[in-house]
Design a protein around this ligand. Structure first.
Ligand SMILES: NC(=O)C1=CN([C@@H]2O[C@H](COP(=O)(O)OP(=O)(O)OC[C@H]3O[C@@H](n4cnc5c(N)ncnc54)[C@H](O)[C@@H]3O)[C@@H](O)[C@H]2O)[C@@H](O)CC1
Ligand SMILES: Nc1ncnc2c1ncn2[C@@H]1O[C@H](COP(=O)(O)OP(=O)(O)O)[C@@H](O)[C@H]1O
Ligand SMILES: [K+]
Length: 489
């Protein structure tokens, strides 16, 4: 599990560390890490460091200071370094002095715009020290023009400039980095929204914040974590002991949603799946191992329900949802179940608040239920989780999973191939199976999101896929995460 810390938490940790370590020492550690990573990249991509050209984009604060010190360190490796000063009046004076002492050059962006542009365009590698944790809003036009001129590698100091540090949101021009070197731990801007993509490969450098950071605000599950948590049968197990998943989904109009959700439950774990609803024939034909019935009242006992995909929002769907919520077992409510909960708030009264509920909205379903998502997706998911006393999985390229107790995890997609019709139905089936196996609902949602996204990537392998192909790749994805767990054990 990797941690992510909100900017205010990082600031607090810094303040505590400053009590025993001078700020300048921390900055030099940070800058050294930027220099080391930049030199590695230069060596990998251009075959060496000596004689290579590096330009520093230097803003008004300590982020620019880091870049200047990194430039001074790179000079020792024989790199030709030019600092482009965007705010010469407010430049980090010690950092600039260190760079000049080491034989670096400086140009002022506004004073000599041609030289500044050339320095950036000719550089093998550009270091973005425009803004870091104090950055607000997009790149200003002078910075944007310089960033547009970059032709070489781009290394962001702490965070790509133009990305909101706490939400990853981007409201205009921003740096797209090949590599970001950050300090102490990841920040939300590295893992959320556009920031997750614009950060490139993130390196976390230890600058001594360590224990002062405390527990992370957000966690990322690695494949090995998911593999270690994924339920697998033991010698004592039979089909019932592993948990029976129930699927109440599909309608005459949307039988496919039922086939996909129920199929995902079949492939996720090796217990048993029951289906209840109007798509019983279609489900049975595709998945003969499923015990299918037309009516929810005849469904039999299950340890968790998936309800909603293709259900419809009419009276029949409402009755099914009310029945499922009244069973006293964990429920994953997706799609029309969420729409019904939004339009018919009385349905909440049926639910025993002690039984786990996982809600899996996309942005439009979320808006119907809990208001617009807005730019802070973590805050939105957290708010809804608390309000409904439910785990809220907010779908997207970065999926956010918030628990009512405040825990949040995010899953970053490798590609966008899972953005295909019916793929959400597969996700809900995976979650239902993990809930039936008795997993903590927050982890169940997070592990399912990870395997779902990996299955999409494996199935696509560079070409578009449908949800059926994603579903077929679920066993492969489970094999991969289990192999990762075995390798790291
Ligand atoms: N405080 C510390 O202990 C350490 C800080 N470090 C560095 O310091 C950075 C934070 O430094 P600062 O707090 O000085 O601030 P920044 O360097 O992030 O920003 C400097 C100033 O830029 C201006 N600004 C904000 N948004 C802008 C925009 N869109 N375009 C142009 N200018 C904008 C603001 O006036 C802001 O105060 C971190 O990201 C990290 O790189 C590191 O040296 C490690 C140690
Ligand atoms: N741009 C994207 N990149 C990666 N995954 C995405 C992207 N957009 C959506 N997804 C994922 O695809 C799935 C879509 O679910 P959903 O919107 O419910 O589709 P449907 O209702 O058609 O099944 C979710 O798991 C979501 O996280
Ligand atoms: K930066």
């Amino acid at each position: 599990m990797r941690g992510v810390w909100a900017v205010e938490r990082v600031r607090d940790a810094e303040r505590r560390v400053f009590e025993r370590t001078p700020e300048a020492a921390l900055m030099r550690r940070a800058a050294f890490a930027v220099a080391v990573r930049s030199a590695e990249l230069l060596a990998e991509q251009t075959g060496g460091t000596s004689g290579r050209r590096v330009a520093l984009l230097v803003g008004a604060g300590n982020n620019g200071g880091d870049a200047l010190w990194a430039g001074a360190f790179l000079r020792r490796r024989g790199v030709a370094v030019t600092a482009v000063l965007l705010a010469p009046d407010r430049v980090h004076a010690e950092g600039l002095a260190a760079l000049l002492r080491a034989g670096g050059r400086r140009v002022v962006a506004s004073g000599d715009s041609e030289a500044a542009r050339d320095a950036v365009a000719d550089a093998d590698l550009v270091i973005d020290g425009i803004v870091g944790l104090s950055g607000r809003g997009p790149l200003r036009p002078d910075a944007e023009a310089l960033v547009d001129a970059v032709t070489g590698l781009l290394v962001a100091v702490d965070l790509p400039s133009g990305v909101d540090p706490d939400t990853g949101a981007v409201a205009g021009p921003a740096v797209g980095a090949d590599v970001t070197v950050t300090f102490g731990g990841r920040k939300p801007g590295h893992v959320l929204a556009e920031g997750a993509v614009l950060s490139g490969a993130v390196t976390v450098a230890d600058i001594g914040l360590g224990e002062a950071l405390g527990e992370p605000d957000i966690v990322l599950l690695d494949p090995a974590d998911i593999g270690a948590l994924w339920p697998v049968p033991g010698p004592e197990d039979d089909k019932y002991t592993q948990g029976v998943a129930g699927v109440a989904a599909g309608s005459a109009t949307y039988p496919g949603a039922a086939v996909l959700a129920a199929g995902a439950a079949v492939l996720a774990t090796s217990g048993m799946v029951r289906y209840a609803g109007p798509a019983a024939d279609a489900v049975r034909t595709r998945w003969p191992e499923i015990v299918a019935t037309g009516s929810i009242a005849d469904a039999g006992r299950v340890q968790a329900w998936v309800v909603g995909p293709g259900l419809g929002t009419g009276a029949a769907g409402r009755d099914v949802l009310a029945h499922v919520l009244d069973q006293g077992v964990p429920v994953c409510a997706d799609a029309d179940a969420i729409n019904l909960l939004a339009s018919t708030p009385e349905l909440w009264d049926v639910r025993d608040p002690e039984t786990p509920l996982v809600l899996t909205p996309h942005d439009r379903e979320f808006a119907r239920l809990a208001g617009e998502v807005g730019t802070d997706r973590v805050a939105a998911a957290r708010r809804a989780a608390e309000r409904y006393n439910a785990v809220v999985l907010l779908k997207g390229h970065t999926t956010v999973v918030a628990a009512p107790d405040g825990r949040v995890l995010v899953n970053q997609a490798r590609g966008a191939w899972p953005a295909t019709a019916g793929s959400g139905d597969v996700l809900s089936g995976l979650i239902g199976a993990l809930l039936a196996a008795g997993m903590d609902p927050w982890l169940a949602a997070g592990c399912a999101a990870g395997v779902h996204e990996l299955a999409g990537d494996l199935a696509a392998d560079g070409a578009p896929i449908g949800a059926s192909a994603l579903l077929r790749a679920v066993p492969d994805a489970v094999r991969r995460v289990r192999a990762a767990a075995a390798a790291s054990a």
